[in-house]
Design a binder for this molecule. Structure first.
Ligand SMILES: [Zn+2]
Ligand SMILES: [Zn+2]
Length: 257
């Protein structure tokens, strides 16, 4: 009997190959020609790099710091607030323009082939930070609830975690599960999000002992108020993780708190 997993894997490969046929010469961001090994045209590649290099970011929350703050120091907000749950946060860039467009593209499974390029971009642009990751660290994706994962058939955070783990030669471990199926949080204020997300994650019992004293790179696509990554980080720490560093593609600048 052919296993469902085999069909899914091969179906995904088939979809990826079709995308490769559709997109061999067009940039997924602007549709113009691309060249070399990059999926992006030279102009979009330049724009992504510029967005990634735009402003010095706070090492704790990945938001832009103002010019007054020394590079590498926490921003004004982090200096005065309680822990976000994780120790540091690193983003490819602010969730706007090209970075936002990339995050929206990879929400769809048919663009899953792009995720590994995003992982490579993050590894390249944030190399100085990510190459400091200890060799016994785990790369852990922020999971979707099982029902949602089944409905969508795909979680871009898992793909991104896999890409980062491959690049860093670290294991990608599904150490968390989402125990409550939370509603979309995008429009909710921070306090409501935090209330909803509290206890939304738990460490998988089979992974619990491995998490003791572990350094974890926690991976998601977008960081907004930090309540999702914060709740996931707290669950990892409750299971014994020593340090949790968040890695995302886009850092959304909050409009409300
Ligand atoms: Zn382009
Ligand atoms: Zn900060």
């Amino acid at each position: 009997m052919i296993e469902v997993g085999w069909i899914k894997t091969n179906w995904r490969r088939c979809v990826e190959s079709l995308d490769a046929l559709v997109y061999p010469w067009s940039c997924p961001l602007c549709g113009t020609g691309r060249e070399g090994g990059s999926p992006f045209c030279p102009r979009c590649r330049g724009l992504i790099r510029a967005a990634a290099d735009a402003e010095p970011a706070c090492p704790r929350c990945a938001l832009p710091t103002n010019a007054v703050v020394m590079p590498g120091r926490a921003c004004e907000r982090c200096a005065h607030r309680r822990s976000l749950g994780f120790d540091t946060a690193t983003a490819l860039g602010i969730y706007a323009d090209e970075i936002r467009e990339l995050c929206l593209l990879v929400k769809h499974e048919r663009n899953s082939w792009l995720v590994r390029h995003l992982a490579d971009l993050i590894l390249f642009v944030r190399a100085s930070k990510l190459t400091e990751t200890p060799r016994d660290a785990w790369v852990v994706p922020v999971p979707l609830h099982a029902n949602r994962r089944r409905r969508r058939g795909y979680n871009q955070a898992e793909e991104l975690a896999r890409g980062l783990a491959t690049g860093l030669r670290l294991p990608c471990v599904s150490a968390l599960r989402r125990v409550s199926d939370t509603p979309p949080l995008a429009e909710l204020p921070r306090s409501t999000r935090e209330k909803i997300m509290r206890n939304a994650f738990s460490a998988r019992p089979s992974r619990g002992s491995g998490l003791k004293g572990r350094f974890v790179l926690l991976v998601d696509d977008i960081l907004t108020t930090g309540s999702t990554c914060g709740a996931a980080a707290r669950a990892l720490k409750a299971a014994g993780a020593a340090r949790v560093e968040v890695v995302v593609v886009g850092r959304a600048v909050e409009v409300q708190s």
